[in-house]
Design a protein around this ligand. Structure first.
Ligand code: PAF
Length: 274
């Protein structure tokens, strides 16, 4: 497995690859969700993984400082999962001063849920993905559906600037309890992890025709010490709030909230037509 620290050397590596090689952008602290993406990509051809805790997408300095950093074990996991190359840029190299701003109209995606609660977050995600795609130049890119809104933002970016890239959004990988795998889970106590499993239980109440009363759902979360930031069903792909089940529309219920001071997100696509 090759390890690169500078964009020039990544560019050289990528020029020698089949143009359809795969790319998995990450912020490290890798778990089985990330590794599933790497394995999915590696089953098709060579795969590069990037590890960069991107300061531009953190609206909260404490969250950035506390973000888990586990580089050595990440590299071990990537070798086992079959990654061919890892890109570990530093901030100076990945964000040169002459970097132009990326112009992308996100519509509702840029105003609602994650965008509303984490001002500047998606601007930061767009900034890093645009730069990484320019440097890495992959043929395929892999994201996890746990970050559903991010997947949709990436789709817009790719459609406008990198139409040659094929995007794959993989199903959320869950612990046995139903808790969605996340790098942030390592900041929860054992008890917190058990309580956090209630998020998935509440999301599942929205499957089928009868949605729970909002207050009922919030109370169930509250009983598990989870402070909800949003719990909302959205119509996809227009990302409009949905007030009732609609068989004809693709709908997803999205959650964000805090437990033990850790921000957790999750979602469930309710009537997947995939
Ligand atoms: O999902 C993440 O880990 C990050 O938002 C990403 C896509 C790697 C961009 O920094």
């Amino acid at each position: 497995m090759r390890i690169f620290y500078y964009s020039d050397s990544v560019l050289r590596w990528s020029r020698d690859q089949n143009p359809l090689f795969g790319f998995v952008p990450t912020m490290g602290a890798l778990h089985d969700g990330h590794l599933a993406l790497v394995k999915q990509a590696a089953a098709v051809g060579p795969v590069m993984v990037s590890i960069f805790v991107n300061p531009a997408q953190f609206n909260n300095k404490e969250d950035l400082a506390k973000y888990p950093r586990t580089l050595i074990s990440d590299l071990q996991k990537l070798m086992v999962a079959g990654a061919d190359a890892v890109f570990i840029p530093n901030e100076k190299d990945i964000y040169p001063p002459e970097l132009a701003a990326v112009d992308l109209d996100l519509g509702g995606l840029g105003k609602k849920l994650e965008a509303a609660h984490r001002p500047g977050h998606f601007e930061g995600v767009i900034k890093i993905l645009h730069r990484l795609f320019e440097v890495v130049r992959p043929g395929r890119v892999y994201f996890g559906l746990k970050d559903l809104q991010q997947c949709m933002v990436a789709e817009k970016l790719i459609k406008k600037y990198f139409p040659q890239i094929e995007q794959y959004n993989a199903a959320t990988v869950r612990e046995q309890s139903g808790l969605a795998m996340s790098s942030r889970n390592t900041r929860l106590t054992d008890e917190g992890r058990m309580k956090a499993a209630n998020i998935y239980k509440v999301l599942k109440l929205f499957v089928g025709g009868a949605w729970p009363q909002n207050e009922t759902a919030l109370n169930l979360l509250r009983a598990a010490d989870i402070e909800t930031e949003y719990l909302q069903v959205m119509n996809l792909p227009d990302f409009e709030e949905a007030s009732e089940p609609d068989e004809k529309k693709r709908q997803a219920v999205l959650f964000a909230g805090y437990l033990e001071g850790v921000r957790l997100i999750d979602n469930l696509i309710l009537n997947s037509q995939d």
